[in-house]
Design a protein around this ligand. Structure first.
Ligand SMILES: [Zn+2]
Ligand SMILES: [Zn+2]
Length: 400
């Protein structure tokens, strides 16, 4: 059966051993080249008169003898960046894919393996041995896309993900770069041509040096939630993952960078616990609501009775919170349920509250009630207007 079909194919088309063997590639585990050679030799011995027709003198109809040029293709790889692991793929011209499809249909080649698969395999092996890097099926540092018929190579450098925690030590600093509302980043008179609402952000202060060291093209800052611009982030800090896109250097000394960044930003931002992580951590820190402890200053002085009332009421209490009035223009309007586990008042300071609660709860609104959009609230409980005047995050749960 194989011989008969092969004879029919070879009477019409010149195929190299790789391409001949590959038409029956899924039948046995031998290499395509070896299988092709065996088929060809058998055919020649059985049909001596066919020798000239099925011998290989002209370029292969399917692959144009690409398998003889694989060294050449691979030798063109000359990355100007650092990596340890790679994945390789090939781009095969459409006309070759079409020829292959045509053969498959014409001769009912149900065991045909595609040229792309074989080239990927052959080139992948060669790359590994030539550049001395490890082949990886996923989470590779770089994806190398070879265009064997154009002697062109594309590199897709995968991002670097760095986990850390930050403290914010001054008020008035946004977490991420905040584009100017009027010009959307282009630069206008309102923003003094910076394109930004604020000169600096935690993101920019942290990222600058990372981009310089890694020679990355761009970056994204993923925080585990965010504090308001006028809120300090104290204690053990807020988790974040910094994503560096297309880094040319991956081996960076995180400890040294941490020290340098902290020195540069002394009194403003401090980072800690830097380590390399996988991509999945980004989703994880964005979607988990870590419990937090806040220290809030309010605009009333609580008497003993009010203090007791607050402490007794806010124990494992569910809070129903509609998106606050002040952010509803940019966030979806929905009702969230978050727990307040504990509120502690202070002996020394009658307007101070320590609030231990789920992440994602808006604290200013927990205090003011936000025109009854947050229920229950401290204002409602006390039956009077209460406002938060100063807020700090003093601790975020460890687990990420
Ligand atoms: Zn071929
Ligand atoms: Zn502007």
């Amino acid at each position: 059966m194989i011989l008969k079909t092969s004879k029919e194919i070879l009477e019409e088309h010149i195929l190299c051993n790789h391409c001949l063997g590959r038409q029956f590639g899924k039948i046995s585990t031998s290499t395509n080249e070896r299988r092709g050679k065996i088929i060809r030799n058998l055919l020649i011995s059985l049909n001596p008169e066919l020798v000239s027709d099925i011998d290989l003198q002209n370029p292969c109809f399917l692959c144009d003898n690409i398998f003889e040029r694989t060294d050449e293709v691979v030798n063109n790889i000359s990355p100007d960046f650092e990596f340890a692991t790679f994945h390789a793929g090939t781009k095969i011209p459409d006309e070759i894919m079409k020829k292959e499809e045509m053969l498959k249909e014409k001769y009912c080649l149900q065991y045909q393996e595609s040229i792309k698969q074989e080239l990927n395999r052959e080139l992948g092996k060669k790359i590994g041995s030539i550049i001395g890097k490890e082949f990886k099926r996923e989470k590779e540092d770089v994806t190398i896309l070879l265009h064997p018929y154009e002697s062109k190579i594309d590199y897709f450098i995968n991002p670097l993900f760095i986990y850390g925690r930050y403290n914010k030590l001054v008020r008035g600093l946004p977490q991420t770069k905040w584009l100017c509302r009027r010009c959307k980043g282009k630069g206008c008179s309102k923003c003094g041509n910076t394109g930004k609402m604020y000169d600096e952000s935690i993101e920019e202060l942290i990222t600058e040096l990372f981009l310089k060291e890694t020679k990355g093209s761009d970056s994204s800052f993923h925080g585990a939630g965010r504090e308001d611009i006028d809120v300090l982030m104290l204690g053990n800090g807020r988790p974040f993952v910094l994503e560096i896109k297309s880094p040319k250097i991956r081996n960076i000394d995180l400890q040294r960078l941490e020290q340098e960044i902290n020195k540069m930003n002394e009194g403003k931002v401090k980072i800690s616990e830097l380590c390399f992580v996988e991509k999945e951590v980004v989703e994880k820190i964005k979607n988990t609501h870590l419990r937090k402890t806040y220290l809030a200053e309010i605009d009333v002085c609580l008497n003993e009775e009010e203090k007791n009332k607050i402490e007794e009421f806010f124990i494992d209490r569910d809070i129903y919170q509609e998106t606050p009035n002040r952010v509803v223009h940019r966030r979806a309007d929905k009702t969230r349920i978050r727990k307040v586990y504990k509120v502690l008042t202070s002996k020394e300071n009658c307007s101070s509250l320590e609030i231990y609660c789920d992440g994602g709860l808006y604290i200013k609104e927990l205090i003011s009630g936000d025109e009854a959009r947050t229920n229950p609230s401290i204002a409602e409980l006390l039956g009077k207007n209460v406002k938060c005047v100063l807020l700090n995050v003093i601790s975020i749960e460890e687990k990420v």
